[in-house]
Structure formats: C-alpha cells, structure tokens
Write a protein that binds this ligand. Structure first.
Ligand SMILES: [Zn+2]
Length: 172
C-alpha cells in the first residue's frame, strides 16, 4: 500500500471521498482537492577520510535495521541538499564535513509501518573538516566505521539506493 491509499479522509473538507485517479494522484470527490505521490528527498554523503576510506554507519532502526548505511537523511523544508547533509552528519556523528561534489541520484523503495515509501536520494562526495569529536547518535546508528574500497561488500548495505551508489561510485 502506498501513502495515498492510506489516506481515508480529505485533509481540506474532511469528507470520506478520496479516489485514486492515477498512479500518483488521489482526488477528493467532494471538493476536488488533489493529493500527489511525491518522492521524499534524501541527501546522502559519500564521505572519505584522508586514507581514502569510506565512512559507514550501521542502522539501529528500520527500515533495514542492522545493515550498513551511509550518513545522511531527509531534507527539511527550506534547506538545500548540501545544508541537509552537513546537518544530518553533524546530528548522526558530531563531525563537520565539506560537501565537495554532486555525484548522482537514485530512487529508493522500502516499506515502513506497512506503507511503501519512495525516497529520492541525492549523493554527494564529502570530505571531513573536523572529526575530533566524532560520536555516534545511538538512536540512528549502532556504530560507525571506515572501510577501504576492498573491504566494502555491497550486500552488507540494506537499502537499494545505497547499493546502487556504491556500485556506481567504486566502479569509477
Ligand atoms: Zn475534499
């Protein structure tokens, strides 16, 4: 079930008349209000240390709890992608990064609490400005570590967009 099908009532008029009119749109039969299925925007860091190792975290919650992941998260309203990465990495790991270069984007798909989610992840190459106070936020991740390119196993990463990113990035 996608999020549109989970809506029971129109958020504008409160009537119980939402109908799916296309794959990505629900419309209220009473007032005409439309609700669209849009991707949630994610900003993800491919963060390398000076030795060329990749910074990874292990997810402490679903989706894909227990698998490896890259630091990042959802963009908040009013933020740029670059600001979102800097904020998320600071929140998750208490380190400062410089966003160096946009790499590519990949759509993701997973189920959370019975609802299908469709993030669109934008990946950026980042360097570490200051990691002297690195400290993992345990509500997000159970650990962090640095992996050399040879140590990276794609199957250890749980979410499809992250796997696609690593395949593409380390093929270069
Ligand atoms: Zn309505």
């Amino acid at each position: 079930m996608d999020i549109l099908e989970a809506y029971k009532y129109c958020p504008i008029c409160g009537k119980h008349g939402l109908k799916k009119v296309s794959a990505g749109k629900m419309q209220c039969e009473a007032c005409g209000y439309g609700i669209y299925l849009n991707p949630t925007i994610g900003a993800v860091g491919v963060i390398m240390d000076k030795a060329g190792r990749l910074l990874v975290v292990r997810r402490s919650k679903d989706p894909a709890q227990g698998t490896l992941h890259l630091p990042g998260g959802f963009v908040e309203v009013g933020e740029t992608l670059e600001q979102a990465i800097v904020r998320e990495v600071k929140e998750e790991l208490n380190i400062e990064v410089n966003v160096e270069e946009y790499l590519f984007s990949f759509p993701d798909l997973y189920e959370y609490k019975g609802i299908e989610r469709y993030p669109l992840d934008f990946f950026f190459k980042c360097s570490i400005k200051d990691m002297s106070s690195i400290d993992v936020d345990l509500t997000e991740s159970s650990e962090y570590k640095f992996l050399s390119p040879q140590e990276i196993k794609i199957e250890d990463f749980g979410l499809p967009s992250i796997r696609e990113c690593l395949r593409r990035y380390f093929k270069k």
